[in-house]
Design a protein. Structure first.
Ligand code: NAD
Length: 264
């Protein structure tokens, strides 16, 4: 097989099932010849990830819960032992207590604020640091964010605050690692029905609002996020770093609902 990712090896973190954004990205990368390793959070998800990995020709699966830093260390030890180097990583990990993904942001608890930040934001920095050590010939790192980082989206609450910090991390990491030829970017995806997406209260209404009001009048698919991510992870974007790239059918450029929506 030949393709723009031929000869490149990368780690995918965040596949839970075949609806996961990370799965859309994995398919796009594998179709272009990339060799992939996958992490999974716990044995139950591992059972789902294993056949998916096999579908894209991978038997390299590693358990990892980012709350446990020893498990993060161990995935990079395994990658060093098996591959010796790394060309790219995908961080598609987010979590917050769903009881706080509804109602007022002001009611966020200290415990959930901290946990959300560690899992959804700081884990990217911890992973980037370890991955950079293996990116001996430069590389590309990608995380996933959402427009709730800069705009108020109902119920997104503390996740929006974590995504704002995640996007700032992208810029700081891009500056840290740029001199070593390592690029760091984020895709800001529009709403998609996934396990994590379903945790946000009224997720269906938000999805439908986006479909009706985005310039392209549709929601995006994991395959569309996958092909844009392929660009950011490949040499096609060799001059791009520190970027937050929207893949949201254009919703982020709008300032008010469409006139059709208003008059219906
Ligand atoms: P998903 O549920 O398929 O993926 C979330 C992943 O995070 C899962 O694989 C889960 O195992 C992992 N995860 C959560 N806590 C973890 C932990 N402690 N350790 C290791 N892994 C952990 O949902 P998704 O929508 O594909 O989410 C992927 C990313 O995309 C998230 O960062 C999410 O915020 C972001 N995103 C999602 C949407 C959307 O509408 N679905 C939109 C924009 C951005």
């Amino acid at each position: 097989m030949t393709g723009i990712m031929q000869g490149k090896r990368g780690l995918i973190m965040g596949v839970a099932n075949n609806h996961s954004i990370a799965w859309g990205i994995s398919k796009a990368l594998a179709a272009e010849g990339a060799e992939l390793a996958f992490t999974y959070q716990g044995e139950a998800l591992g059972k789902r990830v294993k056949p998916l990995a096999a579908e894209v020709g991978s038997d390299f699966l590693l358990p990892c819960d980012v709350e446990d830093i020893a498990s993060v260390d161990s995935i990079f030890e395994e990658i060093r032992a098996r591959w010796g180097r790394l060309d790219f990583i995908v961080h598609a990990i987010g979590f917050s207590d769903k009881n706080e993904l509804k109602g007022l942001y002001a009611n966020t608890t200290r415990d959930n604020f901290t946990r959300t930040m560690v899992i959804s934001c700081f884990s990217f920095t911890e992973i980037a640091k370890r991955a950079a050590e293996l990116m001996v010939e430069g590389g590309s790192m990608l995380t996933l964010t959402y427009n709730g980082s800069t705009r108020v989206i109902p119920n997104y609450n503390v996740m929006g605050v974590a995504k704002a910090a995640l996007e700032a991390s992208v810029r700081y990491l891009a500056a840290d690692y740029g001199p070593r030829g390592i690029r760091v970017n984020a895709v800001s995806a529009g709403p998609i029905r996934t396990l994590a997406g379903a945790g946000i209260s009224d997720a269906r209404a938000i999805l439908s609002w986006n479909q009706r009001n985005a310039p392209l009048r549709k929601s995006v698919t994991i395959d569309q996020v996958g092909s844009s991510s392929l660009y950011l992870l490949s040499d096609l974007s060799a001059g791009v770093t520190g970027e937050i790239h929207f893949v949201d059918a254009g919703y982020n450029i709008t300032s008010m609902p469409t006139l059709e929506t208003l008059t219906k």
